[in-house]
Design a protein around this ligand. Sequence first.
Ligand code: ACO
Length: 332
Amino acid sequence: MYAALKSIGAYVPKNILTNKDFEKMVDTSDEWIKKRTGIEKRHIADENEATSDLGVKAALKAIERANIEKEEIDAIICATISPDHLCMPSTACLIADKLGIGNVPAFDISAACSGFVYALAMAKSFVESKMFKNVLIIGAEKLSAIVDYTDRTTCVLFGDGAGAAVIGGSDKKDESVLDVKISADGKYQDFLITPGCGSKYPCSQEVLENRLNYIKMKGNETFKLAVKTLTSDVLEIMEKNGLTSEDIDYFIPHQANYRIIEAVRSKMNFPVEKTVLTVAKYGNTSAASIPMAMNDWYESGKLKKGDLMLLDTFGGGLTWGSALVHFAGNPL
Ligand code: ACO
């Protein structure tokens, strides 16, 4: 029994913030943002839309496209750093409730941008150990709730959205989740951090006045480490599985910065036309970025059953991961 990615779905909120909008908010320019990041716009959730609302819309599409009933889902994992509530209940529990799914395990994982690949690793183990048959994995983020719109070094980067997939069983290796590799190194914990409103600096007037409840990032240090780690990570997973770039149909990297993607792509010697790029239109949506990109490719008709995707991600923690995944979904 292999684990297989049976479907993909996504939800993108309708409101758009363009680079020009940011010119009116902070000391920045459309030219700077495009040149340094590749981002042109990002989607922003409504005030009354929470992360679980985004996640549930992506999940509904993934369940429908997997041709299963929601009652057949027997575990739900939500990867997010912008949960509806800080401590509890988990966003996965809220999504389960909104989907009308009860009596199944539902929990969140926190691995920042790497969250979807971490969730994929867990779902693969659950399915292959026969503990669960169908695991719904979701990457959902309302990052606009934790972005400091007075800090030009971070606010221009992030957007909102959600992606979801159903991981089920298959007896075909050429339709399976071939391999997933996840890692972390906590010594870089201060590269990307929301310092306040946890147990270390509980929410207080002082914490809020110092804006410690928002994302802080050492951008340049993160950038350099991302390129180095992602490059070695993808080369390692391909070598471990006896594959070269020529065996991969599509490269679906985390969409944080076009220059990071381009550096890794060129070091892999991978064709640009087979590299999925959504950073220009969605910005960095953290755990939602890879499933949103995969969904775009699927909805454009390019992703076919059996295609081999290389996923690659990097985020706060620091965490990182890569995966070799055959698409096992049906055509739209
Ligand atoms: N507009 C104009 N100028 C800016 C802006 C802005 N929005 N932001 C920063 N600058 C300025 C800086 O202040 C600095 O000015 P100075 O030279 O006078 O000090 C200058 O631009 C260069 O700043 P750098 O930080 O060195 O710029 P860099 O080329 O590194 O680009 C960026 C910054 C886009 C943040 C990049 O470092 C990056 O993408 N980092 C990695 C992000 C990432 O991958 N994160 C991981 C995932 S996120 C997660 O897990 C949630």
